[in-house]
Design a protein around this ligand. Sequence first.
Ligand code: NAD
Length: 366
Amino acid sequence: MRLNIACIPGDGIGPEIVAEAKKVLAKTASVFGHEIVYEDLLMGGASIDVHGIPLTDETVAKARAADAVLMGSIGGNTTTSPWYQLPPEKRPEAGLLKIRKELNLFANLRPAVLYGELADACPLKKEISDAGFDMLIMRELTGGLYFGERRTVEENGVRKAIDTLIYDENEIRRIAIKGFEIAKKRRGKVTSVDKANVLDSSRLWRKVVEEVAADYPGVTLEHMLVDNCAMQLVKDPAQFDVILTENMFGDILSDEASMVTGSIGMLASASLNDTKFGLYEPSHGSAPDIAGKDMANPIATILSAAMMLRYSFDLDAEADAVEQAVKTILNRGYRTADIMPKGGDVTGCTLVGCRQMGDLLADEIK
Ligand code: NAD
């Protein structure tokens, strides 16, 4: 298969971690007999330096023409970098918002996996972390409270702020379909999270999700109120497979779920539209404090590349091979600095840099 990938290395550690993801993808392609063609693109600070703006229309067009986009991270030190002297719409992050909007990326996926080898980093009680967990939060990204009409008024000397939460059934249906399709590729369970005891938008959410569920008899659907879900994530995270939820609930729950894994350098993400197209990037930022020092953990980007293989190209065996390589290398004790046990027992652990981690993972794909 020929994979046309637009690649945005970005800023800070972005180029370092993307280079390692490309290394692992190259090995995977050679083992499984695929051809990868990259179109390298500038975004964020790297684009400001060349074009004066964080994302050009030409870059958007090239990204759109690809099958998928693999991204590192964008942005610099927000206190010292000259990029942050520019007006907000010309700063690096504006590029990120623009590309998500232009490509209609309405579904955000964030897996939260606790690897047995990194259980010490999990802030939960040992009996919970010992059970491990592997869930995926699917968050609606372009509707709801963050995109509704808002205003602040003053009435009779009292200031009042109004935000509106709107979802129509089409917005709910398209993300629900994504959630069920992805659950089919995983353990076949969707937990739809809402606040249907209070909100009309949640009652419609629940109805439409049930209508979609009827087309997926092999997938189990359960509903959970958002307040209960926030508790269950720390009480019994192993119960979750796919958590399907609206924009604001997903914003909060996905941060909670990622924190219970304890390691920012391991967190992948994907943003999808209603075709197979997606943008794949680590959940973390550009880590300017460690850029250029060969210290970054490339695993979040490599796991994002595995999601790209699975969701944009339907190459499940290839994605499995990459994910298995990560487990094997962690199991052998190799750690970048961020996931090295802190002050604890480091017996059996070997500290490696970004490049060596990439080499180890690529070698492991056979
Ligand atoms: P950050 O995620 O870049 O860094 C937070 C901390 O985690 C730092 O100590 C960093 O060294 C560490 N860290 C992050 N990724 C790591 C990795 N792969 N390996 C090892 N350590 C890692 O967050 P920040 O410092 O708040 O932001 C830095 C810049 O990144 C800012 O310009 C911000 O706007 C941008 N940012 C970009 C994205 C994105 O591209 N999607 C997301 C978040 C932040």
